[in-house]
Design a protein around this ligand. Structure first.
Ligand code: MN
Ligand code: MN
Length: 319
């Protein structure tokens, strides 16, 4: 496409081609340095997930588990792709302990969702710790995940993966949560195309070697659809604006250190950070991620792995 080495005579599209990244969104060149970094992130995550899950016991606090996991990720040389999510019972996602949170685990269904990155290359995986003695609900999401991973190979349609997930959860007598999906991953981007549905759908894409995906079935005895709760502890910088308010400006300066990845309110040192965040949200500089939950009194389990599509199947980075 670049016909000449002379500066200044390229067309607009030629310039674009020149600056286009070597791989399209959500893809990695197999065998590259980036591929190796995805593996490193996955290994760190697998270690921390196991150690953190052991600490989820009745009477332990959510905050100590979250802080333990986040500290371990850093100790092992990783960065946090998002705050450790600890979602209990009807909560499905986007819950993380608040600053000075003293909530203890009770006899609850606990989804532990962890995101690690190495130079921005992300591993995203989750496990459910059942303190309620409802093992079938955990099996439903875990088996759905295994069925999905077995189905992954080049040419497979994401809707087909959704069918595997939906049918496996149905067969256990539970509902898949249909308005939560798996997703692509890219450098410093924890959620990109394509979506991987938790039910059969017509729309979707065929997988290709090099696709980086997180697949995450959720099973529930609820209706299979989450809504937004009132609690919010996770945020992300999404825009840029001149901010006059001092608290908001200080929060924004801190938040910009997180490389555009989601962060927790408790990570900020600014006094009255909550107020600064509210101001930034109103100016569309920051977005919030409210807790996503099923109806009260229901339970949700989640299983998640990150994988890279290979020439003949997939490599799970977070085993
Ligand atoms: Mn996750
Ligand atoms: Mn995910």
């Amino acid at each position: 496409m670049l016909r000449t080495g002379l500066w200044g005579i390229y067309t607009r599209s030629e310039w674009k081609a020149f600056f286009r990244p070597p791989q399209p969104d959500g893809m990695v060149e197999l065998g590259s340095e980036a591929h190796e970094k995805y593996r490193e992130a996955g290994e760190i995550l697998a270690t921390v997930r196991e150690e953190a899950a052991e600490r989820v016991t009745v009477g332990a606090t959510q905050l100590e588990v979250a802080e333990f996991a986040e500290e371990r990720v850093r100790e092992l040389g990783g960065g946090l792709a998002f705050p450790v999510n600890i979602s209990v019972d009807e909560e499905a996602s986007h819950a993380t302990p608040a600053r000075d949170d003293t909530t203890e685990f009770g006899e609850e269904m606990v989804c532990l969702d962890i995101g690690v990155h190495v130079d921005g290359y992300i591993a995203d995986a989750a496990v459910t710790v059942d303190l309620t003695d409802t093992p079938e609900l955990v099996e439903a999401s875990e088996e759905a995940l295994e069925a999905a991973l077995d189905a992954v190979e080049p040419g497979v349609h994401t809707g087909e993966i959704g069918r595997e997930i939906g049918e496996t959860i149905d067969a256990h007598g539970y509902n898949p949560i249909v308005n939560l999906t798996g997703h692509g991953l890219d450098q410093y981007d924890a959620h990109t195309a394509p979506n991987v549905p938790n039910r059969p759908v017509e729309t979707g894409v065929e997988l290709e070697p090099g696709d980086v995906l997180a697949i995450e079935p959720f099973a529930t005895d609820g209706r299979g659809k989450v809504g937004e709760g009132s609690k919010t502890d996770i945020y992300e910088v999404v825009g840029d604006a001149r901010v006059r308010d001092r608290t908001a400006r200080s929060v924004l300066e801190e938040a910009e250190e997180f490389d555009g990845l989601p962060f927790a309110e408790r990570w900020l040192d600014t006094k009255r950070a909550q107020m600064g965040l509210r101001r930034l949200e109103m100016s569309n500089v920051v977005r919030s991620y409210p807790v996503l939950k099923e109806e009260a009194g229901t339970l949700v389990s989640q299983a998640e792995h990150t994988l890279i599509v290979t020439e003949d199947g997939c490599e799970v980075t977070t085993r």
